[in-house]
Write a protein that binds this ligand. Structure first.
Ligand code: FES
Length: 101
């Protein structure tokens, strides 16, 4: 198990490596919209991975292409539905109004 910390609430959740960040965020009781059901199509699950970027799964061309269409994307941007937790702790920041709307 590894730990996901969710900002700005500071909530933490334990999750198995291979769990998507989206699943872990929802399991923690946080709100994150996923309009496309986790298929890298809506961009609504855009988050910043602020710590643990090396431990999470690599970005696929599909995810990269979707991120290119979003506003407010930076070097820490990932789609939570496409990003799988690794073995090290990860911190993400939920973007609220910036999350693809
Ligand atoms: S849930 Fe639609 S892109 Fe992640």
């Amino acid at each position: 198990m590894t730990t996901l910390t969710i900002q700005p609430s500071g909530k933490t959740v334990e999750a198995a490596p291979g769990t998507s960040i989206l699943q872990a965020i929802l399991a923690a009781g946080e709100k994150l919209v996923s309009k496309c059901g986790g298929e890298a199509k809506c961009g609504a699950c855009h988050v910043f991975v602020t710590e643990g970027r090396k431990t999470v799964s690599k970005m696929s061309p599909l995810e990269n292409g979707k991120l290119d269409t979003l506003v407010g994307v930076g070097s820490k941007s990932r789609l939570a539905c496409q990003t799988l937790l690794g073995t090290e702790p990860v911190t993400v920041e939920l973007l609220g109004a910036l999350s693809g709307f």
